[in-house]
Design a protein around this ligand. Structure first.
Ligand SMILES: [Mg+2]
Length: 257
């Protein structure tokens, strides 16, 4: 397990976190619990990580949340979440507590004309997949030839730049999104802290949008960036397999307190 230069070793940071009676374990999904796939519908949690997160969920005082860019209904379908997990979807916009899950209905706030614009792009440039979210649209380009991905992204940026209302553009690993809300994963974490009255937090994520989450963490919290790239996180691991090891390490600490 690795730490960024100047920070305490990850084992030490996790030991300090485990001292708190209430701990939030907030986890991104794609690229963190589930290895990235060309077709995001095929993403599944590593079975060993699923086992670790389920085991953490069973510990008194431990609260688990997925914090993902996926919309609520999408993460319900793809992640098969444990009934006790909180779900923060659409980059912090949708915050759904376990008991609210059955009655939660995502609103649909994407303007019709924008939706048509995205479908036109997919028609003009075959290859990219369009994902319709409650608060925005995403174009998926992972696995496509570089020139096709670049053309699709350029057309998407042009469409959104010229849209009369303010839209928020976000890019990630093989995805470009345009949303009608500027809420971020940082807002999502803050909402969880309010609902749960918990502050001690472990947050793990792999992508640019996870930086908004790392940015709101406090001095006692632990942020772990998965993979390469600049980050505000305190620690870094290489890939989802190392995330599994971190989760089991934390479980050992918390279960024995
Ligand atoms: Mg991710």
């Amino acid at each position: 397990m690795a730490e960024l230069q100047g920070n305490e070793p990850l084992e030490v940071a996790l030991a300090s976190l485990s001292v708190h009676p209430q701990v939030l374990v907030a986890l991104d999904f794609d690229g963190t619990l589930a290895p990235l796939q060309d077709d995001p519908e095929n993403s599944r949690m590593l079975p060993e990580s699923r086992e670790a997160v389920d085991a953490l969920t069973d510990i008194d005082g431990v609260h688990v949340s997925l914090v993902t860019g996926r919309a609520f209904e999408n993460i319900m379908r793809v992640a098969d979440p444990h009934p006790d997990w909180f779900l923060v979807g659409s980059h912090g916009i949708e915050v759904v507590a376990p008991h609210e899950r059955d009655s939660y209905a995502s609103p649909q706030l994407v303007p019709e004309g924008l939706l048509q614009g995205f479908h036109q792009i997919a028609q003009d440039i075959p290859g990219p997949r369009i994902e319709v979210k409650p608060f925005g649209l995403a174009i998926h380009t992972r696995g496509l030839e570089a020139h096709v991905a670049a053309a699709a992204e350029a057309a998407t940026r042009l469409l959104c730049d010229e849209w009369p209302d303010d839209l928020v553009m976000r890019s990630g690993h093989g995805i470009l999104e345009c949303a009608v809300s500027d809420r971020t994963k940082g807002h999502g974490l803050r909402s969880l802290w309010e609902i749960l009255d918990v502050r001690a937090t472990l947050f793990i994520g792999d992508d640019v949008t996870d930086e908004d989450g790392f940015a709101v963490l406090g001095s006692g919290d632990v942020g772990i960036k998965v993979g390469e790239g600049p980050t505000k996180a305190t620690h870094r691991v290489a890939d989802p397999h190392e995330v599994t090891r971190v989760l089991w390490h934390l479980h050992e600490r918390l279960a024995s307190r």
